[in-house]
Design a binder for this molecule. Structure first.
Ligand code: FES
Length: 122
C-alpha cells in the first residue's frame, strides 16, 4: 500500500489536531506519547470535523456533541453526551444521537521518516 506525504513532522503536535486533505480525504494528525496518529477527520456521529476537539490522555472529544475516541485504537469511549460542551440528560442525548449507534474513529496507518509524516489511505 502506498503512503502519501501528509505533513512536516514539526506540524504534528501532541494535544492538537493538524488537519490536512490527501486525495480528497480529510485527515487529522496528532501525537500520543510522541507517536503520530492519523484518522479520517470526520466524527463517526455526524461526520463533522474533529479539528477543534479536546485531547486528553490520548482521547479526543468531539466539540459538537461530546462523543470521544481513543486516538490509538479509534474505539469510541463516550457517545453523544451533550451539545457544544454542555452535558445533557440521557433522553435528550438519544434525540441528538439521531438513531446513530456508537462506532469508532476511522484510523489510518501513519509513519514518520526524515522529518515527514506519511499516511496510507487504505
Ligand atoms: S458530530 Fe461528533 S458527536 Fe456529533
Amino acid at each position: 500500500m502506498s503512503q502519501l506525504e501528509a505533513a512536516n513532522s514539526g506540524d504534528v503536535r501532541q494535544g492538537a489536531v493538524h488537519a490536512v486533505t490527501l486525495s480528497g480525504t480529510k485527515i487529522g494528525l496528532t501525537r500520543v506519547d510522541g507517536a503520530v496518529q492519523a484518522f479520517v477527520n470526520k466524527c463517526p456521529h455526524l461526520g463533522l470535523p474533529l479539528t477543534k476537539g479536546k485531547i486528553k490522555d490520548g482521547v479526543i472529544t468531539c466539540p459538537f456533541h461530546g462523543s470521544s475516541f481513543n486516538l490509538c485504537s479509534g474505539a469510541a469511549q463516550d457517545w453523544v453526551t451533550g451539545i457544544m460542551g454542555v452535558n445533557l440528560p440521557g433522553a435528550v442525548r438519544g434525540v441528538i444521537a439521531m438513531g446513530k449507534t456508537p462506532h469508532g474513529l476511522a484510523k489510518l496507518e501513519a509513519s514518520e521518516v526524515d522529518g515527514k509524516v506519511y499516511v496510507s489511505l487504505g
